[in-house]
Design a protein around this ligand. Sequence first.
Ligand code: ZN
Ligand code: ZN
Ligand code: FE
Length: 751
Amino acid sequence: MTRVARRVLIRGVVQGVGFRPLVFRAAAKFDIRGWVCNGAAGVEIHAEGRQADLEAFLQRLRERPPPAARIAEFVVKSTLCRDYPNFQILASQAGADPSVRISPDLAVCEHCLQELRDPGNRRFGYPYINCTNCGPRYSIIRGLPYDRARTTLADWTLCAQCRQEYSDPLDRRYHAQPIGCFDCGPTYELLVGAQRIGDVAAALKRTAELLNAGAIVAIKGIGGYHLACDARNASAVNSLRTRKFRKEKPFAVMVRTLDEARRIAALTPAHMALLGGVGRPIVLAPRQFDLPGVAPDSDHFGVMLPYTPLHELLFDAGAPTASVLTSANRSNEPIAYRDDDARQRLAGIADAFLIGQRPIARRVDDAVATVRLGKPLAVRRGRGDAPGAVCQLPTEQSILALGSDLKNSLALVVRGQVFVSQQIGDLDDAEAETAFKETVDDLLAMYELRPERLVIAHDLHPQFRSTRFALSLPCTARVAVQHHEAHLASVLAEHGLFEQTVVGVAFDGTGYGRDGAIWGGEFFVGGLPSGFQRAAWLRPVLIPGGDAAARFPVQAAAGYLADCTDLPDLHAAPFDFPPRFAAALSMVRREVRCFRTTSMGRLFDAVAALLGFTREVSFEGQAAIWLESQARKSAPQQPYPLENLDHRPLLQAVIRDRLNGRPIAEIAAAVHAGIGRATAATAQKLCTQRRLKQVVLSGGVFQNEILFADVHRQLTERGLQVLSNSVVPVNDGGISLGQAAMAGCTPSALP
Ligand code: ZN
Ligand code: ZN
Ligand code: FE
């Protein structure tokens, strides 16, 4: 019987997801000889057998890969028969072509959960149970290829039983790198006051009691510590806010089951698929139950399901079925992930510490996602999706894109694959800036890249910390990318539009413009091959005071209203503006310490101020979120005028209606409708003029569901195709992808 041979290379997320044992079992089934190994480029297979068996074998691998694998490429070539006597799994090779994808951390699987709850199983109640199909990955990897010796578990020597499972290709824990058990692996302990509870079951029981009694407990998770408290206990939630210096920003809630999630939030099938998916992000959904203090001023909740065995055990031990679980840090600092650091930084916040012994290699916050028009939309990349590849660019050049200073994320392009990091934070925080530099080193080390070989892409803003860092790196070339063009390029890259010319709408709070002004209400025509031309923009105004302008809606209002005539006394009812407004207005009139801007984000702030949001915001975007939730309470309203993107008639209408006592919700709805109508009309006009059919929407303002849906509907009804982000956020978390795309695909962007 003639045997033939094939060489197979499978690229994508294929390591650390149980691929080799699956290949081994398939080989046994179809009488295939040869070998499989984790090469530097992906899973490599040499397979010999009868023609028909070989085809069946390859078909099996293509059609039923392991659940957590994502195949990007499956290349089969003929090769010579070597007459192997059997099929073997060869040891991993370290190699020169490090484009293998690193798997994100995976939620605990059903099979492991059954064992976790089976009193007869030797891992009954073991908080770190995992297998080839589940468990941590990115958060424990210290180097590639992915092998136990290069993870944070290297110091735990496997016991005889674990070693047996780890070495048996037919076992479901074959080469599960983080494997362990009570005899040989790490475990959890609880520190409460001077007391230390080392027995896991007792520690979990006590933790649940503490939470039920209203305490705040720091709990070590996958990519860092969380702070937990009972979400139904308003005083616990409030003291968490006070201790964490987090006044109003919504907290995420972990619920025990999907049913519990549906009790507190309105979930569509798309929400439920996201919630229960292998990435287990925090999912934003309309709330339908009040948990006082959890998400003030927002009509949405962020909910998530348990994703580690520890979370499951905590609920089993009686922890509150809806628990606040928020990143352990003080407001705006990055999440704490090292044990000693956590205990120091959280000393005044947490009443107790549930500490796991498994070290975390890098900090990764939970990912946040939502659903838009029935499809997932990333809000923050993190644990569960980072550092996954988001798309492919037609370039061989290695590129590092440093992102924006707010909501910073990094993008690394290796052989055309774009890997986007977890969101790191706002770089004006010193700790976040350190984390940013660590993540750069980390990604480059993992892919064995040296800065000298890279093109570095960064924001055009000369004062950005990321820009200054870019200038300090040795590299092949540097590309400065305009902020809003990067927003639009991120959408084109996601959709693989490398040739098209489109109309782009980029609305956000701030971005450094090509003319040195601060942009944020921009229309462009262009695309990746040619770059973008700015085609229309919101009427510019002067806004006083640098960063404070984004914190005080009345300050933004001063900028926009200084432009209007016949202003009433805004310090009187119904406006009741604080004195800050008069000071700001006089600065604008004297043109002192002002910046010129076309910011749509600040226009939303100005309207929010006129409708009653006159205090300082305590997190970015808060006033706009408040305004949107007001609008949602109203029936549809006639749009206010915003002809030629001139905001004055719109603001005058707001003031008039407010003085006439029109309900705030109606005014908010008419503002949304006015901005939506003008946006769609301007985009459509540009499409007609330039004979274009596609409109791209991006930028943080498009997190506004009402505005996005309205513009989308109007443009679609006129026969245009509307495109926006999905795998990266529309906010500045998506900037790094756009920078990478322009550095890789826009020749005119290169110096
Ligand atoms: Zn498992
Ligand atoms: Zn063991
Ligand atoms: Fe932006």
